[in-house]
Design a protein around this ligand. Structure first.
Ligand code: PEP
Ligand code: MG
Length: 800
């Protein structure tokens, strides 16, 4: 059997092909052109003789050939099959990759004479998904015998994801187009969402998005030049309006490229990825056609833009998928920039002339790119979009922010004196003297505390009785690394790898992931970095990874379940982590484990990943500690068994609380039920601690619970000495830890575990905190000990 000769460039199939596909999308103007270019490119890069794309028709039953490189092109649109019919139909029906040799010998093979495909000896079919629903099949065929490697298949799957998202987006634009034709010319005015609930006259409330307290003048970013100023004009000069539009589109594309570059320099490539999507929209033929049609109907270019953008905004606003709903912000952003270019205004208005607390209805990604971050002391945002790109960027920059503040724009006036307490989500507007005094006292204390904390910078957190506590950071975006380091985090206890991928437009390949993980582990120079495999689903979606629409997403297909159903993606990620572990101490963590089979399968995949890397002669760390997240009640009950399978536990308090108490972690209606000090939570955590101790494995508590001092005291009293949390909390908690005595905390918890009511538990903890002594650093008895990261194989020793 002859295999196609592998060249060095084969290895680059993934990265370069994916980059080229992104470039192709920008060059192509409609779906047909894009997919035609994609099949050409994939055939070329995969050294295949054929690459074809079949898409599902509206009847949801028929797959039709929509583009091909290698088959007779005149059969495009004419060759079709039902789902389940032939090999291509089988791929769609099974929703699984099929990679076989001698396809004509397969029982499901069906011959389509018109395509001339009898000459091919290898067949690979990759399903395209939208929300777990097959929407097409990408087929690659070779004339010679060729065994496709795992890596190649994984890359083809990633390409298929990307193609699927292009198809879905194109159809989405189509759907919006139909919607738009219903003449939904509601202008994009700033309809004031006046809050009917009476609030204290000078206190506004919202949701803390990033912690911190700042005082400063309000810097209002009103909708600068908006569509409300645009009215239709009579007697337009048609050629002049079309030219005006073309010119504005050209200018806006150039500005968008500049924004992308600027954000990539200031933040990261991932943060900049959103502008790539903006470019796609600015090049989208459907978008441009709609503008042309309206201008040809004798509307001015700005008015045409107003109508088109408002149609999109309305359509996006009605979408069920929160990710898509939030994309309305991108549409608004594009519209506003385009409008500024149409009417000859620039974005000067966005310049901040003094530092202050930024108040905006909604901040768009380009605002965050243009604004001088040094002038932003804090952010007050009306919209409640915790996952929006601007909020992600604010978090990455460590700017205290409160979101979901109703009517902020109408209530706050320029230069109002504001106290933004982004710990509690309160904004005090022109506060009276008592509040100013209180916050200035807190501010002075904060300054003093800062000074004290400076003294503590190189001293690890240690309790009064000398117990060393480890405070690590939860990180997501690469920009969090700096925030974590400046706050004195001792490595990373939880790297949420889904975050960098959320801000991207396509799935990163192994090399991309490896470079990212390597950067993080090198940045933390010797301190451990716990990398958690993808934890998507629930409230976290990847734009290019189609997930099913579920009634109960948190109880559904999420986290490790998704990984175990997509072994290519899973193994690729593990390979990248193992490779990065060559550069520093990495621990590999599996989320949402709920049974033994899952953790055992994860371990098998790790071994397979190692075998594959060995085969490819790629350097990797042979023995890295493996961990399981304990975040569902089943894992608590199984903890003593799970502890025998892994090197460490990560206690996911965010999820554990919601699953134990049946209270959605992000639903304000059940907020009062989401109680970290509920006795059931403490008893469960106690069981996990016992299982970890009895089996001599490490346990790190992740999640928000530990950021509340009363809860931290409870967790320490339960015997936990390692925590991972949002880094800005670390200095404060370090100070708090210095005041605790673990023996006293353990005794207190022994008695609290007998209580059935969380109110009395909280009261007792609060009382204990009030009785804690003020820190006296001279009594800290800590003697540095070697910090050991255990692994069931060879132990990796680290100096703390
Ligand atoms: C948790 O569930 O506690 C956790 C740390 O993970 P996430 O918040 O990412 O679900
Ligand atoms: Mg979790």
């Amino acid at each position: 059997m002859t295999s196609i000769k592998r060249t060095k460039s084969d290895r680059n199939l993934g990265l370069s092909t994916l980059q080229d596909i992104s470039a192709l999308i920008l060059q192509s103007h409609d779906l047909d052109e894009t997919i035609r270019n994609i099949v050409d490119l994939v055939a070329l890069r995969a050294h295949s003789d054929v690459c074809s794309l079949y898409l599902l028709e509206n009847d949801q039953e028929t797959l039709t050939l929509r583009a091909t490189k290698g088959l007779d092109e005149s059969t495009i649109g004419r060759v079709s099959m039902k789902i389940g019919e032939g090999l291509t139909g089988k791929v769609a029906a099974d929703k699984q990759i099929l990679a076989i040799e001698e396809p004509h010998k397969h029982p499901d093979y069906q011959y389509f004479a018109e395509t001339g495909e009898e000459q091919f000896h290898t067949f690979v079919g990759i399903p395209l998904f939208d929300h777990n629903h097959a929407i097409g099949v990408l087929v690659v065929q070779t004339r010679e015998h060729h065994i496709f490697s795992k890596e190649e298949l994984a890359t083809l799957s990633t390409i298929a994801f990307q193609v699927a998202s292009i198809v879905v987006n194109a159809r989405l634009l189509d759907a919006i187009d139909h919607y738009g034709r219903k003449d939904t010319a509601t202008p994009t005015t700033e309809d004031d969402t006046e809050d009917s609930e009476s609030q204290q006259s000078n206190t506004l409330r919202g949701k803390a998005a990033y912690p911190g307290v700042v005082t400063g003048p309000a810097n209002i970013i009103d909708q600068q030049f908006g569509f409300s100023d645009i009215f239709d004009e009579c007697n337009i000069d048609l050629p002049a309006e079309l030219k005006r539009l073309d010119e504005a589109l050209r200018k806006t594309r150039i500005q968008t490229l500049y924004l992308e570059k600027r954000v990539a320099e200031k933040l990261t490539q991932e943060d900049a990825a959103i502008f790539h999507t903006h470019l796609m929209i600015l090049e989208d033929r459907g978008f441009i056609d709609r503008l042309h049609i309206l201008i040809e109907e004798q509307h001015s270019a700005p008015y045409a833009l107003k109508k088109v953008i408002s149609g999109y905004l309305e359509a996006f606003g009605q979408m069920e998928d929160p990710y898509l709903r939030e994309r309305a912000a991108d549409m608004e952003d594009i519209g506003r920039r385009l409008l500024a270019n149409l009417v000859g205004k620039n974005t000067e208005g966005l310049q901040l002339h003094h530092s202050g607390i930024l108040v905006a209805k909604r901040l768009l990604p380009s605002d965050m790119a243009i604004l001088d971050h040094r002038m932003i002391m804090g952010m007050v945002i009306e919209s409640n979009e915790a996952n929006s790109h601007s909020v992600i960027m604010a978090k990455a920059l460590g700017i205290p922010a409160v979101i979901g503040v109703k009517s902020a724009i109408s209530k706050i006036k320029p230069d109002d004196n504001l106290i933004l307490d982004a710990n509690s989500g309160c904004i005090y507007q022109n506060p009276d003297q008592s509040i100013i005094d209180e916050y200035s006292r807190l501010g002075q204390e904060g300054q003093l505390e800062k000074q004290r904390l400076l003294e503590l910078q190189n001293i690890p957190p240690v309790t009064r009785n000398g117990q060393r506590i480890h405070l690590r950071a939860n990180i997501g975006l690469i920009s969090d690394v700096n925030v974590a380091k400046t706050h004195g985090a001792e490595g990373v206890g939880l790297y949420r790898t889904e975050f960098p991928y959320m801000a991207r437009s396509s799935f990163p390949d192994r090399q991309d992931q490896y470079l990212l993980y390597k950067k993080v582990v090198k940045d933390f120079a010797g301190t451990p970095v716990t990398i958690r495999t993808l934890d998507i689903g629930g409230d976290k979606a990847l734009p290019y990874f189609t997930q099913p629409k579920e009634d109960n997403p948190f109880m559904g297909w999420r986290s490790v379940r998704v990984s175990l159903d997509n072994l290519d993606i899973f193994q690729t990620q593990i390979e990248a982590i193992l490779m990065a572990a060559k550069h520093g101490p990495i621990r590999l963590l599996f989320p949402m484990i709920s049974n033994m089979e899952e953790i055992r399968t994860c371990k098998i995949i790790v071994e397979k990943a190692k075998d594959n890397l060995r085969k490819e002669k790629i350097l990797f760390a042979e023995d890295i500690p493996l961990g399981a997240m304990i975040e569902v009640p089943a894992a608590v009950r199984l903890a003593s068994h799970l502890a025998k399978e892994v090197d460490f536990f990560a206690l996911g308090t965010n999820d554990l609380i919601q699953y134990l108490l049946a209270a959605d972690r992000s639903n304000p209606l059940v907020e009062k039920y989401y109680d970290p000090l509920h006795p059931a939570v403490l008893l469960s955590i106690g069981c996990v601690v016992a299982a970890a101790h009895n089996n001599n494995i490490e346990l790190c508590a992740c999640g928000e619970m530990a950021t509340d001092p009363a809860c931290l005291l409870a967790l320490i009293g339960l015997g936990i000495h390692e925590f991972s949390l949002s880094a800005p909390y670390i200095p404060r908690l370090k100070n708090f830890i210095n005041r605790i005595d673990t023996v006293a905390a353990e005794e207190l918890l022994q008695s609290l575990l007998l209580q059935a009511d969380s109110h009395s538990i909280r009261e007792a903890l609060d009382q204990a905190i009030r009785n804690l002594p003020v820190t006296d650093f001279s009594v800290i008895k800590y003697q540095p000990q070697p910090l050991q990261i255990k692994s069931r194989g060879n132990a990796t020793r680290l100096q703390s």
